[in-house]
Design a protein around this ligand. Sequence first.
Ligand SMILES: [Zn+2]
Length: 351
Amino acid sequence: MDQVSPDYVERFLISYLNRAGAVVDDHDYKLVEVLLPEELSGTFQAEEMMLAFDYETACENPASTYVTTGSYLLDTAVEKALEYGKYTVQYWPGQKLVTPKNLEKKVAQAITYDQCRKPLVEEIWSAENIYYIFNYLCTFRSHDKEEEHFKTVVNAYNAAPCPEFEASWRELIPLEKAQYKPGKAPLQPLERLYEAACEDIKPRVQNRAESFRKASTFLAEREQAKTNSYYEQVIAEIRARLKPTTEPDKAERLQNKLSAAQEEWKRRNEDIILRYEIEVDIRLDHLIACITPVLFINIMLQHKNSYCRHYLIYNPLLGIIETPQCSKCKQKTTILTPSSSRALICPNCQI
Ligand SMILES: [Zn+2]
């Protein structure tokens, strides 16, 4: 395809903006007015935009942005739109993995095998691995409603979060079919990966919910203070009128009024608590499977008189050896020590 029809650009961008929650209104011929949702205003650095899909229209409307192939706005929309779709599969566009030089040096720089002789690279092979980008949509509801996206990348071989991966993947133009032919690495079940992804985003969502809760509590307390001072005054006034009253009818009426005011006060405060309560709703919005070959490195370790093996992953996309996990606590660590049962554990698990 040498040239993209301008019509396609217009149709794609309008579909994308509608899908992203923007309000798009036809303004004139090839001219639309766009009201962006809050989560996109940062990306496009505007809350409202006037988009022109025709050069002359753009010239006649200097406040508009001319959208055509290669424009920043269109490229950004394409990048954002790639994240949509419930489940998307993308392949690394390369054909062959090149084994990096000085692999043993890279291993030594990346990981310290404590109480072991110099680690030996026994074998290396390439295999296809999957990095899943889990995208969640989180809704915080209280006095206000806010929506926020949270995402995390999980390595399907070891179920470890790999936050560095996404930025490198974004620099590629992934394909729909593989161009390479390595075997497949054994992968963890998707349910397990989903659990790992949920674990990884949990503290971030909790943090966000906490700041939302603080804002909500502040507003609730302010409203409660106003309500309290109003009812304190109303009740004080009724009491002041009740005190000198000697007529039983009038006293009863005032007493009823007092009870009603106290009831109403209580109800109003309960209403405030309910209104400012926080509800957080989180769901998996979409999943992207980034399929790419990686290099597996079989390391032979000697600890005292015994030998053990360890597998590392060289990620060609990142150009690094991925930080391994402790076999006990599953946390990532750059220092591993063989335990009495020959499992490789982190310094924290040694204590
Ligand atoms: Zn550990």
